[in-house]
Ligand binder design. Structure first.
Ligand SMILES: [Ca+2]
Ligand SMILES: [Ca+2]
Ligand SMILES: [Ca+2]
Length: 189
C-alpha cells in the first residue's frame, strides 16, 4: 500500500515536470521533446530504482514485524502453561514471579533500575530498587490493561494487541514519561 502511494507520488511529480517542460513555448519543441524524453527515461529509471529500494525496505520491515510477532506468540505460549489459549491472572502472576527471580540475579530481593525498563512505573515507594511486591503489583496492573474486554483473562488477541499498540506509539515517538520499554520486565520480552 505504502509502496503504491510512493510510486503514485513519483509519477505525479513526473507529470508536473513533463508538463513544465512542454509548456515552455514551441520554438524549440523538437529540442524540448528530446529533453522530455530524456527526463522521462531518467525518471523511469529513478522510479524503478526507488521502487526496488522501497520494496526492499518494506520487506525488511515486514520481516522484522513478523519476527517480533512470532516472539510475542512464543512468549504468550510460555506464559499460557495450560495451553488453553488464554492467560489467567494466576498464569501471569506465576510468570512474573519467575521473571523476578531471573532478574534478581544475586537473589537479594532487589531489582535495580538498569535491570528493569519499567523501573520508574513499578517503583511506587520511590527508593532505589524494586521489591518483589512492587514488581508483582506493576505486572498485575499491566495484566488489567491487557485485558481489554475485562473478562479476567487475556486472550492472545488482547496480548498481541497490547504490544502492537505500544509499538505503534513508540514508532510515533510518543514514548515520553517512562512509557517506553513497557513489558520489558517480563510482560513481552
Ligand atoms: Ca491459560
Ligand atoms: Ca521500591
Ligand atoms: Ca480478556
Amino acid at each position: 500500500m505504502k509502496l503504491k502511494q510512493f510510486v503514485v507520488a513519483l509519477l505525479a511529480g513526473w507529470f508536473v515536470l513533463a508538463f513544465a517542460s512542454c509548456s515552455g513555448g514551441n520554438q524549440n519543441s523538437g529540442k524540448a521533446e528530446a529533453t522530455v524524453k530524456e527526463t522521462v527515461e531518467h525518471n523511469e529509471e529513478a522510479i524503478e530504482k526507488k521502487t526496488e529500494e522501497v520494496k526492499d525496505k518494506v520487506e525488511e520491515s515486514d520481516k522484522r514485524t513478523g519476527q517480533k510477532m512470532k516472539k510475542l506468540e512464543e512468549h504468550f505460549a510460555l506464559i499460557d502453561t495450560n495451553a488453553d489459549g488464554k492467560l489467567s491472572k494466576e498464569e501471569f502472576n506465576k510468570h512474573s514471579e519467575e521473571e523476578y527471580a531471573k532478574k534478581d540475579r544475586n537473589g537479594d530481593g532487589k531489582i535495580t533500575a538498569d535491570e528493569c525498563k519499567k523501573f520508574d512505573d513499578f517503583n511506587t515507594d520511590g527508593n532505589d530498587f524494586l521489591s518483589k511486591e512492587e514488581f508483582m503489583k506493576g505486572h498485575e496492573k499491566m495484566f488489567d490493561r491487557m485485558d481489554a474486554d475485562g473478562n479476567g483473562e487475556v486472550s492472545k488477541e488482547e496480548f498481541l494487541g497490547f504490544f502492537k499498540e505500544k509499538a505503534g506509539k513508540a514508532m510515533k515517538g510518543k514514548c515520553g514519561a517512562g512509557k517506553c520499554g513497557e513489558g520489558k520486565c517480563g510482560g513481552g520480552k
